[in-house]
Design a protein around this ligand. Structure first.
Ligand code: GDP
Ligand code: MG
Length: 170
């Protein structure tokens, strides 16, 4: 049968990793080179049909700045899914992503579907984080991993689709 699922989803990760760009690509099919920094958080919604369900994602795109860190629990509390984003050309953003995973695993909903997105996969010449090390990390921590590019659209719908498939059915 076909089910309608409402799923709160939060994007977390370093400033500049491409959270807003991933959302803009997923929700509007657009990309801008000079995406404005998010202040606080921004809300979007987008519906996606998978084979047995229609999932309405209620998406919280957080800012990522340290000074907004204390607000993060408001966005991940009660979330059914999270995408933790880093930039493959920025090692520090990968370290930051691991911190978010740690925080979610300590404080978040234990059934949360968690995805690790190695974004800016188009920037191959500036790569600092290998897909292998991210994959190993993800596997060890129970997340699924994809490299994405909001710029070229690579794996953007796919990561949301993969989340939709993994959400618990009623
Ligand atoms: P946020 O702070 O995590 O929301 O990051 P933004 O979405 O604001 O993106 C930060 C910068 O990286 C912007 O200039 C984007 O245009 C750029 N950007 C985001 N995603 C990609 C990507 O997949 N590839 C490349 N080359 N640039 C990206
Ligand atoms: Mg942003």
């Amino acid at each position: 049968g076909n089910q309608n699922i409402n799923a709160k989803l939060v994007l977390l990760g370093d400033v500049g990793a491409g959270k807003s760009s991933l959302v803009l690509r997923f929700v509007k099919g657009q990309f801008v080179e000079f995406q404005e920094s998010t202040i606080g958080a921004a809300f979007f919604s987008q519906t996606l049909a998978v084979n047995d369900a229609t999932v309405k994602f209620e998406i919280w795109d957080t800012a990522g700045q340290e000074r907004y860190h204390s607000l993060a629990p408001m966005y991940y509390r009660g979330a059914a899914a999270a995408i933790i984003v880093y930039d493959i050309s920025n090692q520090a953003s990968f370290e930051r992503a691991k911190k978010w995973v740690q925080e979610l695993q300590a404080q978040g909903n234990p059934n949360m579907v968690m995805a690790l997105a190695g974004n800016k996969a188009d920037l191959l010449d500036s790569r600092k984080v290998t897909a292998e090390e991210a994959q190993v990390y993800a596997q060890e921590h129970g997340l699924f991993f994809m490299e994405t590019s909001a710029k070229t659209a690579t794996n953007v719908n796919d990561i949301f689709y993969e989340i939709a498939k993994r959400l618990p059915r009623v």
